[in-house]
Design a protein around this ligand. Structure first.
Ligand code: FEO
Length: 170
């Protein structure tokens, strides 16, 4: 692998692990305010982010590159409402989409077709990541001010199931 794409993919491992850390922090906040369904949803999301990081880890190793882990930044720990949290999660996913697009551009510039191909999974995944965060934003806006509505969504959020994608080997 050329050094630029390798460096940016190593940075992306950090971005994905930070995403997991951020969602884990959001989960802790939801626990602290008595919304266990939202907390569960966020922990599931954190596991998915670990899987995303691991896809890059596996790919770098397969290509004969060196994985170099970097310090993970401390995430925010306080928010003012569930809506504010999901707006922040949506904004964060938009940032990650920007990172993935940048990686694709670098791979294209370097004529690294294998990396362009590898990154397509993430291009599609980011559409889902943004949509799922935004869907919760829209639902929270609909029930704003209604405790009953919030608890109803909390019960639904508790149903999220994490299934490790079989194509990812840990
Ligand atoms: Fe790994 Fe939520 O993007």
């Amino acid at each position: 692998m050329k050094s630029k794409i390798l460096e940016e993919m190593n940075k992306q491992i950090n971005e994905e692990l930070f995403s997991g850390y951020l969602y884990y922090s959001m989960s802790a906040y939801f626990e602290s305010v008595g919304l266990p369904g939202f907390a569960h949803w966020m922990r599931t999301q954190a596991l998915e982010e670990q899987e995303h990081a691991h896809r890059f880890y596996n790919y770098i190793n397969e290509r004969g590159g060196d994985v170099k882990l970097q310090a993970i930044e401390a995430p925010q720990t306080e928010w003012s409402s569930p809506l504010q949290i999901f707006e922040a999660a949506y904004k964060h996913e938009q940032h990650i989409t920007g990172r993935i697009n940048k990686l694709v551009e670098i791979a294209q510039e370097e004529k690294d077709h294998a990396s362009v191909n590898f990154l397509q999974w993430f291009v599609a995944e980011q559409v889902e990541e943004e949509a799922s965060a935004d869907e919760v934003v829209q639902r929270l806006k609909l029930v704003e001010g209604s405790k009953g509505g919030l608890f109803m969504i909390d019960r639904e959020m508790a149903q999220r199931v994490y299934a490790l994608n079989p194509e990812v080997t840990f």
